[in-house]
Write a protein that binds this ligand. Structure first.
Ligand code: S3P
Length: 451
């Protein structure tokens, strides 16, 4: 899939289920591999990122297979080997584009007495790993990195891992999860304190597998998570909800293409993930939730979205951890809103699959949208209707091989006055296989002609 062009769309309509949650899918494979016995996962995201995690677990002796003939259920069986039961991999583990896969696996490996080398694609090799290495070294792992604590790096797991009490220097669910996963192998209690709440999928899933984990509030309001080490994890059944970070693309498309109304059933509503819904509602979006329920300890709901006249607002920095992956698509919503949207505290966006703060600002500007970056804040001047779009005013959008930028600018094309072309759509498959067909089924006009 090379260049893609998205043309202004007629009203979007219909019901579509976005693919399984990426964060939960990684955790289901990894924690399932550490249980003793067979875990069943339905609705697993079969994107490239999760496939890399499956391959890595297989390389360490975990059997994982897809249930045959299950075309729509995406059902997998993971044969867990128990905590401490992973075998040393014979080859380098290549996590592709996946920061979550790499960082969570480093946590697991830190608590196993084995040596493994991890690498990834050019984007992943550019991302910081010192934030992970610091607590894992405290827990007794050795980390050998030649390139300033970036991949490729070799982890020599601790033969006798130590429980640690670690205060996260930044709001990161990946770092928190790595510490907890290392803590599974340590005797006694491992604690992580997070300054601001982040997605708690790891905590919920560990409890679902039978771990003893508690959450307390510190005097300063921070959240302290404590895990009792060396549990025997029992195999579990997991129904993976649709990924709210993927649902965000058709959701915003329906808000900004006039006359649209769509349904998105079975979407995960983890409190650490719903910042976009709150922000869009603050902007005037009509998003109805119904059918609230729970699966494998995760809240789920059905969403109905109607095209809405959005109003620019100020999005506070405290919101950032609750919608960290959604700023590219919020930028597209803001471009159609009336007035100025100010998004504060986006420093972490610079170390995602690309420097998303810079790339988003450049892409919006190329679409004729007024945009400015001030420190860690992004300011978007909304058009109060369809923004100009790409082809008439500029060139193909450079998406830096970043899946969320690729999908965001295709949504921009559906809402804009002129088509928007992106340089490449290849990264979309890391998190949202079938994105183009799903959007076109709703009424979008995305084609694969060269830009
Ligand atoms: C994720 C956490 C977030 C997010 C990423 C998935 C996770 O990263 O951006 O897409 O599954 O824990 P950080 O923890 O680095 O903020």
């Amino acid at each position: 899939m090379r260049a893609l062009t998205s043309h202004p769309a007629a009203p979007l309509s219909g019901a579509v289920r976005p693919p399984g949650d990426k964060s939960i899918s990684h955790r289901a494979v990894i924690i399932g591999a550490l249980a003793v016995g067979e875990t069943v996962v339905r609705g697993l995201l079969e994107g490239e990122d999760v496939r890399r995690t499956i391959q890595a677990m297989r390389a360490m002796g975990v059997a994982a297979e897809r249930v045959d003939g299950d075309e729509n259920g995406n059902e997998w069986r993971i044969h867990g080997v128990g905590i401490g039961g992973l075998a040393p991999p014979e080859d380098v583990l290549d996590l592709g584009n996946s920061g979550t896969g790499a960082r969570l696996l480093l946590g697991v490996l830190a608590g196993h007495p084995i040596t493994a080398t991890l690498t990834g694609d050019a984007s992943l090799r550019a991302r910081p790993m010192d934030r992970i290495a610091e607590p894992l070294v405290m827990a007794g792992a050795r980390i050998d990195a030649r390139r300033g604590c970036r991949l490729p790096l070799t982890v020599i797991g601790a033969a006798e891992p130590m429980p640690i009490d670690y205060r996260l220097p930044m709001a990161s669910a990946q770092v928190k999860s790595a510490v907890l996963l290392a803590g599974l192998s340590a005797p006694g209690e491992t604690s992580v304190v997070e300054p601001a709440p982040t997605r708690d999928h790891t905590e919920r899933m560990l409890v679902h597998f039978g771990a003893d984990l508690r959450v307390e509030e510190e005097p300063d309001g921070a959240r302290r998570i404590t895990l009792v080490g060396q549990p025997e994890l029992a195999p579990a059944e997991i129904d993976v909800p649709a990924d709210i970070s993927s649902a965000a693309f058709p959701l915003v498309a329906a808000l900004v293409v006039p006359g649209s109304e769509i349904d998105l059933p079975g979407v995960g509503m983890n409190p650490g993930r719903i910042g976009l819904i709150q922000t869009l509602r603050d902007m005037g979006a009509e998003i109805e939730t119904s059918g609230e329920r729970e699966a494998a300890g995760e809240p789920i709901a059905d969403l109905r979205v109607r095209a809405s006249a959005l109003q620019g607002i100020e999005v506070p920095a405290e919101r950032a951890p609750l919608m960290i992956d959604e700023y590219p698509i919020l930028g597209v919503a803001a471009a159609s809103a009336r007035g100025r949207t100010v998004m504060r505290g986006l420093g972490e966006l610079r170390v995602k699959e690309s420097d998303r703060l810079a790339a988003l600002a450049e892409g919006l500007a190329a679409c004729g949208v007024g945009v400015e970056v001030e420190g860690d804040d992004l300011i978007v001047e909304g058009a109060g209707g369809p923004p100009p779009g790409g082809v008439a005013v500029a060139t193909t959008i450079a998406t830096r091989h970043d899946h969320r930028l690729q999908m965001s600018f295709l949504v921009m094309g559906a809402a804009a006055q002129q088509p928007v072309a992106i340089d490449h759509g290849g990264a979309i498959a890391t998190s949202f296989p079938g994105f183009v067909d799903l959007m076109n089924n709703l009424g979008a006009k995305i084609d694969t002609e060269a830009a």
